[in-house]
Design a protein around this ligand. Structure first.
Ligand code: CP3
Length: 348
């Protein structure tokens, strides 16, 4: 006899996000679909580049499901990218070997004023269609995750025109023309909020807000130039949909992230997870935080580190196992398998 289909809210990952007692710690990985998988490379070789995969709902759904089939994670994050909503503002976006490239970055008041938001359901309809396809194919116990970029991180790409190390253009605009900065961040916050709501409508059961570069700010500047717009997004997300906030290298911002009262905070691998639990004091769930670089070791070492991390959490409620950042392209899939299997066989 087959097991009864669980009610949507009973899924392990959703229960852990609500900090309920769970029979084992749920696990999913940032960038769990990607170049480290041969089946991903096979789809990519046939597609019109990365953007061709993302914009084709069938291909995006297929690639989203690949790691679930191979490893059995508890969450499936839609295959897409945080930068696509910038196209809904009228920005041009391409991806080449060096990563994302926006050939006409915004640098002036006139550039920001020219950004015109098109409704996500129109400009990003392929996201909704891909979510629908994944939802239909997903095993009943797996949670479907949607995501977006936080306003500050999106602004960094919109202004710099790509990934930056020093954020010189961003700093110039942010400090020298705060009114233009605020206009840009408000537009990005409204777009992000609308995009997250659209994904929830289309079947996303939990949402992740990626603020990859927030940790490059001091705490005072985070509060002045980034947090208000992240807060606007957090407040706008439909109340019934759990939201996890991610920021890289941002231990100094942890208290500020707690103050935003999201459902969960993703903890970077540089922060000790047990200490994060102590500081959070049961106010939020915590996601994390194995070092993605450690997955370049061996399956035995990954299993050992996974057990050690779970032991350090010591059964505290509200833990979602993940990495501190995304899976790296040279990762051996056997190391991902070791992580997921160790989590699935452990008891919290
Ligand atoms: O996590 C997942 O499996 C879901 C899909 C996903 C991608 N990007 C796919 C992707 C998600 C959630 C993202 C988020 C994203 N994109 C972030 C925030 C999270 C983070 O990593 O900090 C950022 C900053 C981006 C911007 C971006 N996209 C960069 C800088 C790059 C190039 C560098 C790189 O990592 O390859 C991308 C491309 C990208 N996005 C790839 C994937 C699988 C690589 C595409 C390929 O070459 O096949």
């Amino acid at each position: 006899m087959s097991a009864p289909t669980p009610k949507a809210g009973d899924k392990l990952l959703l229960r852990a996000l609500r900090r309920e007692t769970v029979e084992r710690t749920p696990v999913w990985l940032m960038r769990q679909a990607g170049r480290y998988l041969s089946e991903y490379r096979a789809v990519r070789a046939q597609a019109d580049g990365f953007l061709g995969m993302v914009r084709d709902p069938e291909l995006a759904a297929e690639v989203t499901l690949q790691p679930i089939r191979r490893f059995g994670m508890d969450g499936a994050i839609l295959f897409s990218d945080i930068l696509l909503p910038l196209e809904a503002l009228g920005m041009e976006l391409c991806f080449d070997e060096g990563g994302p490239h926006l050939p006409r970055p915004v640098r002036t008041r006139a550039d920001v004023e020219a950004l015109r938001a098109v409704e996500p359901r129109q400009a990003l309809d392929y996201v909704g269609r891909a979510l629908g396809l994944v939802k239909r194919a997903l095993p009943a116990h797996v949670t479907l995750l949607g995501f977006a970029g936080a306003p500050f991180t999106l602004a960094s790409y919109a202004i710099e025109g790509g990934t930056s190390k020093s954020f010189l253009e961003l700093r110039k605009l942010m400090y020298r023309d705060p009114a233009t900065w605020e206009l840009l961040l408000a537009k990005l916050a409204d777009l992000t909020a609308a995009h997250l709501a659209y994904q929830a409508e289309c079947g996303a059961e939990a949402l992740v807000l990626f603020d990859t570069w927030a940790g490059t700010l001091t705490r005072a500047d985070y509060r002045r130039y980034a947090r208000p717009w992240t807060e606007r997004v957090v407040r706008a997300v439909p109340a019934h949909v759990p939201l996890v906030l991610f920021a890289g290298q941002a231990e100094h911002l942890f208290q500020d992230q707690l103050a935003l009262a999201p459902t969960g905070v993703a903890v970077d691998h540089r922060m000790e997870l047990a200490r994060a639990f102590d500081q959070a004091g049961g106010r939020v769930a915590l996601q994390g935080n194995l070092d993605p670089g450690a997955l370049l070791s061996s399956p035995e070492e990954v299993a050992r580190r996974t057990r050690a991390l779970l032991d350090s959490v010591a059964g505290r409620a509200g833990h979602v196992l993940n990495l501190g950042h995304g899976v790296l392209p040279p990762t051996d899939p056997e190391c991902v398998a070791a992580l997921v299997e160790t989590a699935r066989s452990a008891r919290p």
